[in-house]
Design a protein. Structure first.
Length: 65
């Protein structure tokens, strides 16, 4: 299962789901699905989100069995 720290990073940066979605070119619902582990991002989307938060993909996402 994919685990993500997007919600944590959004809080640090003071971003709403909709604001992050606008920055990376997806719908707000997509960010919600990512945060709830219901959607696996493309590599490009994962990299775009990491760039917004000035971190690495590995820092934001991890897989757990």
């Amino acid at each position: 299962m994919l685990k993500t720290r997007i919600k944590e990073y959004r809080a640090r940066y003071g971003l709403k789901q909709s604001e992050l979605a606008d920055r990376v070119g997806v719908r707000r619902e997509t960010i919600g699905f990512l945060e709830n582990g219901k959607y696996n991002p493309s590599l490009k989307l994962a990299m775009d989100i990491a760039k917004v938060f000035e971190t690495t993909v590995e820092e934001l996402f991890r897989f757990e069995e």
